[in-house]
Structures are given as C-alpha cells and as structure tokens.
Design a protein around this ligand. Sequence first.
Ligand code: NAD
Ligand code: GLY
Length: 358
Amino acid sequence: MNVVTVNVPSGSYSINIEPGRLDFLDSAVPSDATSIAIVTNPKVGALYLSRVKESLLKTGLSVFVIELPDGEIYKDWVNLNKIFDVLLSNKMDRHAVLVALGGGVIGDITGFAASVYMRGIRFIQVPTTLLAQVDSSVGGKTAVNHPLGKNMIGSFYQPESVEIDIDVLNTLDAKQISSGLSEVIKYGLILDQDFWVWCENNINKLLSLDKDALSYAIQRSCELKAYVVGKDEKESGLRAILNLGHTFGHAIESGLGYGNWLHGEAVGCGLVQASVLSSLLFNLDESIVERVKSLVKSIGCPITAPNFSLEKWIDLMLVDKKNQHGKIRFVLITKIGESLVQDVSEDMIKLAIQETTK
Ligand code: NAD
Ligand code: GLY
C-alpha cells in the first residue's frame, strides 16, 4: 500500500492507495466509532456497495446505507437533509462515522453533512472517480450547491482518511478518465516539471489504465495537493494555484450550462487558455503553449474554447471566488512547474480569449 500524509493545522490524516482497498475499509474506522453510514448513489452502489458494506460490517458495528440520486444537480440542500433524516431517525450519535462512497458529488455533500451534524462527526472518503481520487477527496473542501451558485454553501472539514482503490477506475467511462487526467496534469504544470514530463512520457499508459502508471500518477497528485493544503489549508494564499485553468473552465461550464462539458474537460481547455494568457503576459517560449495543447489534446480534452462573445466571457469570469475588488484574478504559469496568482487587465484577457476560441 502507498501512503501519503496530509498535515494540516486541524490534524493529520492518511491517503491510503492500494488495489482492492475496498475490502479492507474496516481498518479505517476509528476504534471508538459507534455506528457507520455509507453515503452513495445507485450507480456506484450497484457496483461496489455490497463489498464496502461487507468490509465495514467486520467492525461489528451497525452499517446504514443512504442512497442519493446520481448527479451534480442533487448536490443540494434537499439531499443534504436526507442524510440527516437517516442519521437522526437511527439515533446516530456524535461518534458515528460517515463513509462517502462515490465521486466528487458524493464526497462533497457527505463531507459537508459530517461537518455540521451534531456540530461535526468523523467521515472517511472512498473516492471512486479519478477526479475525486486526485483532487476532491483530499484537502477538506466540502459543499452543496445553491440555485444561485455552485459550491456556495460549504466548509473546510478534513476527513479521517482517504481510502483509494485504483481498481474501481476500471468501470469509469473514457470521458471521466479524461476529466480526471486534466487535474493530474495540472499538478505538474503548477508545481512539478518532472511530473509534467513524466505525464507526457506515460500518457498512453495512463489512458489504458495501466495499474503502475495510475498508482504513481494518483500518488504524486495527492502528494502535491497535500503539500499545498499543508501550507494553506483555508486558501488564504498558495492554495489558489490549484485553480489553474479553472477561471476559464468555470466560465465554460456555466456559459454552456452545467453538464454539457464535464468539469475536467472544461479545466483541460482552461489549462490551454491559461497558458496562452501566461505566454502573452510573460513572453513565454512558444513551445510551452504547444506542449500544453498537445498533452491536453492527448488526454482527450478539448483545446478550443466555446465562441461566447467577449462580454459574455468577462461577465462569466467576474463571478469567480478568487476575484477581489471587481478585478479578475488568474493562476498563471511562468514556466512548466512554476505558477503564481495575479490580477489581469480585461484587454489581456480578451486577447487570450480571441486566440483560444473558435
Ligand atoms: P461525480 O461525482 O458526478 O461522478 C461522475 C459520474 O461517475 C457519476 O455518474 C458517478 O455516479 C459515476 N461514478 C463514480 N464512480 C464510478 C465508478 N467507479 N464507476 C462507474 N461510474 C462511477 O463527478 P466527479 O467528477 O467525481 O466530481 C465532480 C464534483 O466534485 C463536483 O461537484 C465538483 O464541484 C466537486 N469537486 C470538489 C473539489 C473539492 O476540493 N472538494 C474539487 C474538485 C471538484
Ligand atoms: N480543488 C481545489 C482545492 O481543493 O483547493
């Protein structure tokens, strides 16, 4: 088993990465737990719930199951309340433990439920998408959506541990793998040139779900995220670099309507747009933008952005959480493996959009 440790001011925890990890989840349950509730959805449940339940029953505790509908639109207040309904009707106490079995949607809503039920109970992340394994399950951001904004209601609340079974990626469709890979390559681009080059050299193995390559990519991504979160748990500075490509990506997602492009596809295209903007600002070598385009294309993400009007692009980007005083703030690269955050003028942003749209 490979273990990555996350050290944050609120405590430290392990990310345990191992093929077949689902069968050993009993070892992740704290010894003073009084009961367990698994939160999942019908799709993931049909594939993995019986194994997870069987492994958790080895603790000798009662194990309840909460099945929420599958999809981003259900990451909301109504479904959050369904979790509390089950916890309260079964008289689950402050030593109960929640287990999030699913992708980022299940992880985010379960984490938020754990952070507020009886003012906070423990929870374990069992991420089942590549995106959740390399990003959303690590670092303690939890949330539900509000009709007026995605992820607008949430908390920083770290899990007890993150339990990653790489075998579950075999049942994901290719688009979901591409979506997760965009976050993997993002880590190389912001922080680790060697990892970026490794991704360039191993992209075919990653796309064919080679176990050794996937294990390494997941472990390195988790190490890099753990490093950033350890320095800045609540995003007062450095953590913002994890959003490379996301300012453009979020604009694409909301401009096209959520669900038209997967989050990771929009982020992949956003990585291209952020590198073009960086190139305009810092006069980067042209080969850098070409390498970003080439890797984003080879993971299966779009490299040309939708052709919204310039005014629409700017409007969409003005609602980003990073912005301050009405200025649009971007994560930019100064070379492969180095990044910074700065406000950018509308003129420069528009130039980058013109170069990257159809
Ligand atoms: P998702 O949770 O919707 O999962 C994608 C689809 O894959 C769903 O239909 C799901 O049921 C299915 N699925 C999950 N595991 C599967 C498996 N092993 N086999 C087959 N199908 C499987 O989407 P996602 O991309 O995992 O997560 C996106 C969510 O994560 C968004 O809500 C986003 O806001 C959030 N997010 C949070 C953070 C954070 O730091 N908390 C970071 C990034 C994204
Ligand atoms: N996904 C960005 C973060 O966790 O900060």
